[in-house]
Ligand binder design. Structure first.
Ligand SMILES: *Cc1c(COP(=O)(O)O)cnc(C)c1O
Length: 428
């Protein structure tokens, strides 16, 4: 009897609960406000936050971010630990080894930035360049433009060599600019995701060194999907982002500095302008400075480091060469499909087509925006327009890491086939 009653009590209590929940849904802010001290807050809780979080399922086949595989999502769902706990420092050591593998480098000064690719970009330039020094930037899309602006903001003397989107630089052109401008650093984009070009690397490192210049390479859109050998190719500073080929959520950015780069950045006359990006501090946080103790600098994105570790583990298990080959095969499958439908690839020369991000010439008579909207609305497939100098000229398709397979390429092709049928075409 007692059990039955208390059981009923529970049911009753639940009923009451259910009722109050219902009333909160029906009259959200006022119901809550009336029970609290009146007048202490004048801004009500936002109604949208009282509804559950909703996110759609999409194929992220633009230039990034790309979809995150279940194993990496599971890492993000783990309870966090302290940013200086021993276990966390071990995970950071794993990340460091994973980056050394992915970059093919033995550099001790290898770590992950707390932030997106732009943070690595600013870290590289802020630490190695001082105000008044000469910088050379190769611009063949938006990333060179941004690097030039970042260097300008710290008072560097910025010189550029420029190609239209889709173009790349010969060694002769680079050497001529090195001779003319005597830069302390040369910035080049490896995978130009706004133009779809992968820049040939051979000989550029040696060329820079023979002119007493550091070689800085942006590999945010290409690392893991296209061959890069940091040590062998004489790259002094290399960085990437977590959300492209590595398939982690955005928010961490692997970076590495050669001995030569360390010598320059740790013997500067002035402190780097940014405290947050000061490699003196970051080297200590990541245990790269040989000191026995690590001191608090900032709180790293702990869940982001969990996911980055898993992404690097997946790459290590698969093997870099297998990953490079898979991206090449899938890109060729996509390119063949696009050409058979009458699309023109934006980058003419096959050997400089970026395997991770494909640029397609906007088909004559079509509005690129209408195509991207159609693919998203009817197929849940992301296709991007151009960016910076390539805007209005191209459509961009990214198939990176976990997303790089023929089934996904076929989904993109299907979405584009339907888009051509249904989007408005004007006479040209
Ligand atoms: C995406 C991208 C970046 C910027 O990365 P964020 O994480 O968005 O800051 C830099 N360079 C290249 C080549 C990229 O494709």
């Amino acid at each position: 009897m007692l059990t039955a009653l208390s059981h009923r009590g529970v049911i009753l209590a639940r009923g009451v609960n259910a009722h109050s929940c219902l009333s909160r849904v029906l009259h959200p802010p006022s119901a809550c406000r009336s029970r609290r001290a009146m007048g202490s807050v004048s801004i009500p809780p936002p109604a949208s936050l009282l509804r559950p979080l909703e996110t759609p399922q999409r194929l992220l086949s633009g230039p990034g971010p790309s979809n995150v595989p279940p194993r990496v999502l599971a890492a993000a769902a783990r309870q966090i630990i302290g940013h200086m706990h021993g276990e966390m420092l071990e995970i950071m050591d794993d990340i460091k080894k994973g980056i050394q593998y992915a970059f093919q480098t033995q550099n001790n000064m290898t770590l992950a930035m707390s932030g997106p690719g732009h943070v690595a970009m600013e870290c590289a330039i802020f630490n190695t360049v001082e105000s008044g020094e000469s910088v050379l930037v190769a611009v063949n899309g938006i990333w060179g433009e941004r690097a030039a602006e970042i260097a300008e903001r710290i008072g560097a003397r910025v010189n550029t060599i420029v190609k239209p989107p889709g173009g790349y630089f010969t060694k002769e052109e680079i050497e001529q600019a090195l001779v003319e401008h005597k830069p302390v650093i040369f910035f080049l984009t490896h995978g130009e995701s706004s133009s779809g070009v992968v820049h040939p690397l051979d000989g550029i490192g040696d060329l820079c060194h023979s002119h007493n210049c550091l070689f800085l390479l942006d590999a945010v859109a290409s690392l893991g999907g296209s061959p890069i050998l940091m040590d062998k190719q004489g790259i002094d500073i290399l960085y990437t982002g977590s959300q492209k080929v590595l398939n982690s959520p955005p928010g961490t950015a692997p970076i590495s500095f050669s001995e030569r780069a360390c010598k320059k950045m740790f013997h500067r006359k002035t402190k780097p302008l940014s405290y947050f990006l000061d490699m003196g501090w970051l080297a200590n946080y990541w245990g790269c400075d040989g000191k026995p103790t690590r001191t608090y600098h900032h709180t790293g994105p702990i869940s982001g480091f969990f996911t980055l570790r898993e992404s690097l583990a997946i790459l290590a298990e698969m093997g870099l060469e297998n990953s490079w080959n898979r991206h090449k095969e899938v890109a060729e499958h996509l390119h063949k499909g696009l050409e058979s439908m009458g699309f023109k690839l934006f980058v003419q020369e096959k050997h400089v087509r970026l395997p991770t991000v494909t640029t397609i010439t906007v088909p004559p008579g079509y509005d690129w925006r209408e195509i991207t909207v159609y693919a998203m609305k009817h197929h849940n497939v992301e296709i991007s327009g151009g960016l910076g100098p390539s805007s209005g000229m191209v459509l961009r398709v990214g198939l990176m890491g976990y997303n790089s397979n023929k089934a996904n390429a076929d989904k993109v092709l299907e979405a584009l086939r339907e888009a051509l049928k249904h989007c408005h075409k004007s006479k040209v």
